[in-house]
Design a protein around this ligand. Structure first.
Ligand code: HSE
Length: 432
């Protein structure tokens, strides 16, 4: 099988080197060799020895090359990459991509064209780096109705939160290191503001629930507002703060949300640190399963790219052009569950409220919470004065509808004894 590799950056370089290094093993697994016959990149990668393989700076040369059976798209972005993928599919070539933004935002259209042309567009490498979570959902768990999934699916964000907690490093310092290690997106706000995680969650939810991709409906909140004191107080309650993507099937729709979340330190996923990713999936037959591994990085992500190539080669060997349906369900049998608005979700909450240290303030806050049907699970008043005689009131609530919490928060912020905004972080309860 002859492939054209577009992009020779962190993942492209890893893919090139992995195909060279494990050539024999891969050929034995496919029943045929996989040969890179053309590479398109604007820059050379010092770790790759092209050894006479044709090189071009123009990725569209690869699409026009009649010898190329599969185009590997590792250039990123959603403009040139989209044209490249659509043109490759139009030309009847299979595509393997690590581009989660492209699939989350344009996947419905790309898969439609791929079906029409009888080719595969594979995207495992876009979600959770080297963890084969798409295959796990689409194939290994295909017998289940998936109830929910939750994951740490951005390596950069998890690396930052872990280093800040363990070593007291600054946000900027850790982000710079993540960029140097090749973990971060070209625009690192995609990592820290949760956009990258929302792309991945959108794809996971579509495969889990058999729904069309609905990135524009995902609720996204980043980690840049997490204060060191929140990390400390969460630990005192027995929790860790992680940036989670959560997709949950409801009777009337689907929850799709990315936000910082307090997770009990007893839960395995709370112990997932550094650049590692983990996804927990709850299926009605299997129960909960956990998938853990490197969520970013050159060879880890290349592992998933090459696995997708191997799938295509194996299908060719069997005389088939396409394998399993892209989103698991057959295209004409997708579920029409739509993503519910964040106001409709239910969650427990961590609240940090800066209040004047006067008698009766706690009673006023508690009254507002009770008027909105919000039950307090535990509460602590910190002795530390933050500034101007204000002290933090920190509490955990029981599960409540987001809408009610919004109203209660507004009322609390309107109290004259309360300063600034109430800090709210959602808390995962055991069923999450
Ligand atoms: N920027 C992404 C991350 C790369 O940090 O997880 C892998 O998708």
């Amino acid at each position: 099988m002859k492939v054209g590799l577009c992009g020779l950056g962190t993942v492209g370089g890893g893919t090139f080197n992995l195909l060279v290094k494990n050539k024999q093993e891969i050929a034995a697994r496919c029943g045929m060799p996989i040969d890179i016959i053309q590479v398109a990149s604007r820059n050379m990668n010092p770790t790759c020895d092209l050894n006479g393989i044709a090189h071009t700076e123009n990725v569209f040369d690869v699409v026009r090359n009649p010898e190329v059976d599969v185009v590997i798209e590792l250039i990123g972005g959603t403009t040139v990459a989209k044209d490249l993928v659509m043109q490759a599919v139009e030309a009847g070539k299979h595509v393997v991509t690590a581009n989660k933004a492209l699939i989350a935002e344009y996947g419905n259209e790309i898969f439609d064209l791929a079906r029409e042309k009888g080719v595969t567009v594979a995207f495992e490498a876009g979600i959770a780096g080297g963890i084969p979570v798409i295959k796990a959902l689409r194939e290994g768990l295909a017998a289940n109705e998936i109830k929910w999934l939750a994951g740490i699916i951005n390596g950069t964000g998890n690396f930052i939160l872990t280093e800040m907690r363990d070593k007291g490093r600054t946000f900027e310092d850790v982000l710079k290191e993540a960029q140097e290690l090749g973990y971060a997106e070209a625009d690192p706000t995609f990592d820290v503001e949760g956009i990258d995680a929302a792309h991945k969650l959108t794809i996971l939810a579509s495969v889990a629930f058999g729904i069309p991709l609905q990135f524009e409906r995902a609720y996204t909140e980043g980690i840049s507002d997490i204060a060191p004191s929140d990390v400390r107080y969460a630990e005192e309650f027995g929790y860790r703060i992680k940036h989670l993507g959560i997709a949950k099937r409801l009777e009337h729709g689907v929850e799709l949300r990315v936000h910082p979340t307090l997770i009990s330190e007893q839960h395995l996923i709370a112990k997932v640190d550094g650049v590692m990713n983990a996804v927990v999936i709850d299926g009605d037959a299997v129960g909960q399963t956990l998938y853990y591994g490197a969520g970013a990085g050159s060879m880890a992500t290349a592992s998933a790219v090459v696995a997708d190539l191997i799938d295509i080669a194996r299908a060719r060997k069997q005389g088939s052009t396409v394998g399993v349906p892209s989103l698991g369900h057959n295209a004409d049998q997708l579920n029409d569950l739509s993503v519910v608005s964040v106001e409709e979700i239910t969650s427990a909450y961590y609240l940090r409220i800066l209040v004047q240290d006067h008698p009766g303030v706690l009673a006023k806050v508690a009254t507002i919470l009770s008027e909105h049907g919000i039950n307090i699970e535990s509460i602590t008043q910190k002795e530390t004065e933050e500034h101007d005689g204000l002290i933090p009131l920190v509490m955990l609530t029981h599960v409540v509808q987001e809408k009610n919490m919004n109203h209660a928060t507004q009322a609390i912020e309107a109290l004259e004894e309360v300063a600034g905004q109430v800090k709210r972080i959602r808390v995962a309860v055991s069923e999450d």
